[in-house]
Write a protein that binds this ligand. Structure first.
Ligand code: ZN
Length: 360
């Protein structure tokens, strides 16, 4: 052991060293590039994710970079090639950007490598090193994500297929069951193929509350005077879904929603399963950030989502919120302080805000 090594070790805090050691034991790929570990007995240095056998802790010294390790006399490991990581990351980032634009049915590595000015072997190795995925697997993941985003923003399925480079719809259907959680059509065709179970509770605001949920999360929270009216609303929203009374299901969610209607602080996280455009989604997320007891104006929400002129579109997104209370659209009011409309009745909005003001 030389004195330089001791100096390097001391420049890394004990906490950081503990974190680095945990990442080393876990062979955590995400830690690659943040530090390297030198093995004193062999004078080899490795990436945290190196597949080689883990050295003894007392033989390990951490460095912030490969250059630092080399200055201390360590040589790069031939298995994990730690000196190539930075270059690999840069290459994969360039490749991922190119892949995101790929329109071809099948990903061919040769033209991609040529475009990036590297050999196929180098490209494949860089992918494995950085992402743990073959280029083809990564291309697939990128495509599915983009496809999903396009569908949610309201694109027609045929356009979304073309945009993401899927040649035929059957192929995306095969994959989407696993990766999208449901087949793409259910996002658009009135919930066809969706199974929504619903139950009722007495509403603290008067009348009834209906809670509808798929196995993935809550799709509907409606307020009204009668159970029949509420089921009618649900049928209108999801004309092609399979609807069934499920009074025993998700009682925990129903209890939580009723408590929130009483103005109580949220106790549990409620999973949502909503069909929405990208804009609706942004507005609804913003609404969930309005604290209990507070209100915002439509213009304030428009500014917060980065579309200051889209005040009317924000109002529409509020009016079409399918899960009232959970997404607190009732906390948005007019500039002049008036309540403006509420899909479930202005009186209910007033009572909700009053309870929340007392609680918040
Ligand atoms: Zn190694």
């Amino acid at each position: 052991m030389n004195t330089n090594t001791q100096q390097s070790e001391s420049s890394i805090s004990a906490e950081a060293a503990a974190r680095y050691w945990a990442a080393t034991l876990a062979r955590d790929r995400r830690a690659d590039g943040t530090f390297v570990l030198g093995v004193r007995s062999t004078h080899i240095y490795c990436r945290p994710s190196c597949p080689a056998r883990r050295p003894l802790r007392r033989n390990v010294v951490f460095f912030r970079s490969g250059e630092e390790a080399q200055r201390e006399g360590f040589r790069p490991c031939l298995r994990c090639r730690p000196n190539e990581v930075a270059a690999s990351v840069a290459l994969v980032e360039r490749a991922a950007r190119a892949l995101a634009e790929f329109r071809e049915e099948a990903l061919r590595l040769a033209p991609l490598a040529e475009e990036l000015g590297v050999t196929e072997t180098a490209l494949r190795r860089a992918f494995l090193q950085v992402t743990g995925l073959q280029p083809r697997q990564l291309a697939e993941a990128l495509r599915v994500r983009r496809f999903k985003a396009l569908l949610r923003s309201g694109a027609r399925i045929a356009d979304a297929l073309y945009e993401t480079g899927y040649g035929s719809s059957s192929r995306v259907y095969e994959r989407s069951n696993a990766q999208l959680g449901m087949t793409p059509a259910t996002y658009q065709k009135g919930g066809k193929g969706m199974k929504i179970g619903y139950s009722f509770a007495r509403s603290p605001l008067g009348g009834k509350v209906l809670v509808g949920a798929t196995e993935r999360g809550i799709s509907a929270v409606y307020l009204g005077d009668s159970e029949a009216d509420l089921v009618g609303e649900l049928r209108k929203e999801y004309p092609r879904a399979e609807l069934a009374a499920a009074p025993e299901r998700e009682q925990q969610w129903v209890r939580e929603i009723v408590q929130r209607m009483e103005g109580k602080t949220p106790q549990i996280e409620l999973p949502l399963d909503l069909r929405a455009t990208a804009f609706q989604r942004r507005v609804w997320q913003e609404l969930q950030r309005i604290p209990l007891g507070a209100t915002r104006t439509y213009a304030e929400v428009a500014r917060a989502v980065g579309r200051p002129k889209a005040v009317r579109a924000v109002a529409r997104a509020c009016a079409t919120n399918p899960v009232c209370v959970v997404v607190p659209c009732h906390r948005v009011i007019r500039e002049d302080g008036k309540l403006a409309g509420y899909r479930w009745g202005i009186g209910r909005k007033e009572r909700l805000l009053e309870r929340e003001r007392k609680a918040g």
